[in-house]
Design a protein around this ligand. Structure first.
Ligand code: 5AD
Ligand code: SF4
Length: 548
């Protein structure tokens, strides 16, 4: 029997990003992953692309470092950005020091996430230790070259330090870029705060990225891509996929929902859907390349609106697209995230019922259990309407696992409102919850709302919510003991004979098996014990698929 290690613990405890615990940020549409997946090393990834036949024009030998913050949408955008660079002949490296191009793909959904990028930019210190010390002390030790750019007075010391740093980074030939949501939000202001940055590009302008990179290669010092009025999506010829078991596919970009607390409509622009024919073609290629699981991504994935007619002017609905993806030969699992309650209908549940390949998991963020707070959040549904969507899933022919996002401490949230959020947990019985303290964000309507909740009180509510949910998960998971699940093996523990994987419902299962190689296989695992965030089991067989 496997030892008990609750490998998925961060799934719950990491949820309150600004709470007493810290963990990865997620954006709506992007539940975080917490299993010990075994990914390819950077060298392996570089090799894979070379052999995949991508063009290597131009800059053979140049290097890039890419760090990603935030949600699965960002992770996947980074896979595409890496694809663009690899196709230009760049090679990915593991440290900023070793790279010619240093890129940060950023998240601004909550304040803490946005702050991270500026601390990263501050860490780029090619200035030698002695010089840095001088800058810090604002004193002696100045090199001749530094004197040429001026000696600072106390008031402009910071600006001066920035100039020294900029010059050093440029003379070291580094190109530093900020991508993603912080880039979109702060725009050219980033150049002022960190003058050593040379590229600022928001996710809505990624189509321009190859051109921007070419301009930098040609010697341009500063380039920006900040438009959001695009109706295009970011499709590249080659995407460097980091997860060897699950392939991500963006089907809709941006968001039109305008929730009053959220920066996403500003940073990612309006909703743009990808043509269904192009999505299906990519799924076919992925299946041919050996991927059996695909995850369709979008901030509001179920608001998908096919831009091109499939026949006689008829366009595919999201549920039809799901079904069509599920029918692609070789595809065993189809996931989708995140769904918006407003656009979630019976047709999606019916598609899940009709296609065993569509995973029995729906992430349906509620944000609050109080209709008054939901109204202030501009979520476009009441508690009762949300519960109707839940009822559709609970009535499904096969059990559907439901997860959600919640915000505590929204301006004006009373103790009674909060109690309603807690009672919603009891009523719905979620399998997992990502909970966050409300974080005021620039440009959002809720920034100006009265009755802010003190940080300490937000923390208290978050802790209560997480305790309540942990208990719900403990009980729910314990009920699975004795059941057998199909598991896609995606992780191998350092401990001998210990593996991990995900069920169709996206539960993490750690299990024992003396088999030599299981990664990427589908196996049957019988649950022997359960924890709030993961199950422990024993492998009882393999899953054989007929010729689909
Ligand atoms: N403060 C706290 N949480 C937020 N989220 C989005 N914006 C904010 C904010 N300003 C949460 C929502 C969303 C998840 C990805 O992040 O719960 O669903
Ligand atoms: Fe999600 Fe609302 Fe933000 Fe759109 S505006 S990404 S629906 S939270």
């Amino acid at each position: 029997m496997g030892k008990t290690f609750d490998i998925g613990l961060e799934r719950l405890t990491g949820a309150g990003v600004s709470g007493p615990v810290s963990g990865p940020d997620v954006s709506e549409g992007a539940g975080m992953e917490a299993s010990a997946t075994v990914g390819a090393s950077i060298e392996e990834k570089n090799r894979t692309l070379k052999t995949a036949g991508c063009g290597t024009h131009g800059l053979e030998g140049e290097t890039f470092y890419l760090e990603t913050f935030g949600c699965q949408m960002n992770d996947h955008d980074s896979e595409k950005v890496a694809g663009v660079l690899l196709a230009r002949g760049y090679r990915q490296v593991e440290t900023p020091e070793a790279a010619k191009v240093i890129l940060y793909n950023t998240c601004s959904i909550r304040e803490k996430a946005a702050q991270k990028v500026f601390s990263r930019l501050g860490e780029l210190r090619p200035v030698e230790e002695a010089e840095r010390k001088w800058i810090e002390d604002n004193g002696a030790g100045l090199k001749r070259a530094d004197r040429e750019i001026g000696v600072p007075g106390v008031e402009d010391a910071e600006q001066w330090a920035g100039r020294v740093k900029t010059r050093r980074l440029q003379s070291a030939g580094k190109i530093i870029g900020v991508l993603g949501c912080v880039a979109q939000q702060e725009g050219e202001g980033i150049f002022e705060r960190a003058p050593w940055v040379s590229l600022v590009c928001g996710s809505a302008s990624y189509r321009k990225l190859p051109q921007l990179i070419a301009e930098l290669e040609a010697g341009n010092r500063r380039v920006t891509g900040l438009d959001t009025d695009t109706d295009e999506t970011f499709e590249t010829e080659i995407t460097r996929r980091d997860n060897p078991f699950r392939a991500y596919l963006t089907i809709i970009e941006g968001c039109d929902k305008a929730c009053s607390y959220c920066v996403v409509p500003f940073t990612r622009g309006p909703e743009r859907s990808r043509a269904s024919a192009s999505i299906l073609e990519e799924v076919r290629q992925l299946a041919e390349a050996g991927y059996s699981e695909v995850q369709l991504l979008g901030q509001t994935v179920n608001s998908y609106a096919d831009p091109t007619p499939i026949s006689k002017g008829r366009k595919m609905r999201f549920s039809e697209l799901l079904a069509a993806v599920a029918e692609v030969r070789g595809i065993r699992r189809v996931r989708f995230t995140t769904s918006h309650p407003r656009d979630f209908g019976k047709d999606i549940v019916e598609a899940i019922e009709a296609h065993p390949t569509i995973c029995d998991h729906v992430h349906l963020p509620v944000q609050s259990g109080s209709t008054a707070v939901l109204r202030a959040m501009a979520r476009t549904y009441t508690r009762e309407e949300y519960l109707e969507k839940i009822a559709l899933m609970k009535a499904a022919k096969r059990p559907i696992s439901i997860t959600t996002d919640m915000i505590v401490g929204f301006p004006g949230e009373t103790e009674r409102d909060f109690e309603e959020t807690l009672s919603l947990l009891d009523e719905v019985q979620y399998d997992s919850v990502f909970a966050f303290k409300y974080s005021p964000r620039p440009n959002t309507p809720s920034l100006k709302m009265a009755d802010a909740i003190p940080e300490e009180e937000k923390g208290r509510r978050l802790a209560i919510l997480m305790d309540r949910q942990r208990e719900i998960q403990r009980v729910r998971n314990e009920r699975t003991v004795g059941e057998t699940f199909e598991v896609l093996v995606d992780g191998k523990s350092r401990r001998e004979n210990q593996w991990s994987g995900h069920t169709s419902s996206n539960r993490v299962v750690n299990f024992a098996s003396p088999e030599q190689e299981l990664l990427g296989d589908y196996v049957q695992v019988k649950v022997v014990s359960a924890m709030p965030n993961s199950l422990v089991g024993e492998m009882v067989g393999r899953v054989e698929f007929g010729n689909q």
